[in-house]
Design a protein around this ligand. Structure first.
Ligand code: SF4
Ligand code: MG
Length: 340
């Protein structure tokens, strides 16, 4: 399958009062149309920053970026704001965790959807309004004829998130990036929004990047998973493979710490320690200070040599960044102390 989104060796750095933060460190992945990729990781793993970069939404003055980001074959890095505007909303759109902060409180929901539509289509106000009503209807908002003239504060949280999705999709973008779009919502509404995104993805055949820290959500919605740690991908592959037999100790740890994935409550086994400071990355494997398996790797390799993201040829479509040999067998046989 041909990639619609292609990220190659992406580096994102920005200065802070404490020093230069290496937020993304050589990230490479690609995504064809018609597939949903979940990017999973703790906060600070680079999942949001890398996705903002894909949309050209980073602060241009203070961010250093290198590598390549291609959407539909067009290079995003180095594009002018004007060129980016022909990509954003049309080729690619993003929805965020908090629709309150991304919708303007002083304009009606309809006006905001219409504005987004008319930016890229030469149509009358009337036609744009018809389109806005149609979109609200499409995302499951009841009484769209009436709702279209209401303000964001008149919508519930779940309805606002639906309206945001309507706004993001009004120009039929082929790539949708959703950054924790359901985190602020209650469980029922969360499930409805996930269903909606899955439906839209099917109907429009778009590529979806779904950013989350919730592996339960991943199991619901994704075809593939990219697990990020300390600014880079540590494991990438089909969802059922990774949730079944992860290859990277961090991915394995994530699964062990979240009983909800299997649907059965079990003993929690949290990953010890905390993610590294992006101001001072550990040597070698960025995960080594927290890794329970580093003793299994000969010599001092984990501490001294940075592993590459390597395709596991026996297992098509899977790649992981770890020196450990036969990790699946190791995880299976390893008996680790459990918390009570
Ligand atoms: Fe653990 Fe070593 Fe693999 Fe890093 S390279 S995840 S420290 S086993
Ligand atoms: Mg985030």
């Amino acid at each position: 399958e041909e990639a619609y989104l292609e990220v190659t060796d992406l580096q994102v750095r920005f200065p802070t009062a404490d020093g230069v933060v290496q937020a993304v460190d050589g990230l490479t992945y690609s995504l064809p149309l018609g597939r949903t990729l979940a990017i999973v990781g703790e906060s600070g793993s680079g999942k949001s920053v890398s996705s903002m970069a894909v949309m050209g939404l980073h602060d241009r003055k203070s961010t250093f970026m290198s590598g390549s980001i291609k959407i539909g074959g067009r290079e995003i890095i180095g594009m002018s704001e004007q060129e980016l505007n022909t990509v954003r909303g049309v080729e690619a759109a993003m929805i965020f965790q908090d629709p309150q902060s991304s919708m303007h409180p002083y304009f009606t929901v309809g006006d905001q959807i219409m504005e987004s539509y008319r930016q890229h289509n030469k149509v009358s106000k009337k036609a744009a309004k018809t389109r806005a009503v149609e979109m609200l209807d499409r995302v499951g908002i009841p009484n769209p004829q009436r709702r279209v003239d209401q303000y964001p504060h008149e919508f519930s949280g779940g309805m606002r998130q639906r309206a945001m999705i309507a706004m993001a999709l009004v120009n039929d973008p082929k790539l949708l990036i959703a950054d924790e779009p359901t985190t602020a919502l209650d469980v029922t509404v969360q499930a409805q929004i996930l269903d909606l995104i899955a439906d839209l993805q099917r109907d429009f055949g778009s590529a979806v990047v779904f950013i989350t820290h919730d592996l339960g959500v991943v199991a619901e919605i994704a075809d593939d998973i990219l697990v990020m740690y300390a600014g880079n991908a540590v494991e990438h592959g089909p969802v059922e493979k990774i949730l079944g037999t992860p290859l990277h100790p961090y991915a394995w740890g994530l699964l062990e710490s979240i009983p909800a994935v299997s649907g059965t409550p079990g003993p929690l086994h949290p990953i010890p320690g905390a993610p590294p400071s992006l101001l001072a990355m550990p040597s070698g494997c960025a995960f080594h200070p927290r890794c329970e398996f580093r003793e299994r790797v000969p010599g001092d390799m984990c501490r001294t040599l940075r592993p590459e993201l390597i395709a596991r040829t026996a297992d098509t479509g899977r790649a992981s960044r770890c020196h450990l040999k036969d990790p699946d067998r190791v995880f299976e046989t390893e008996v680790l102390p459990r918390l009570p």
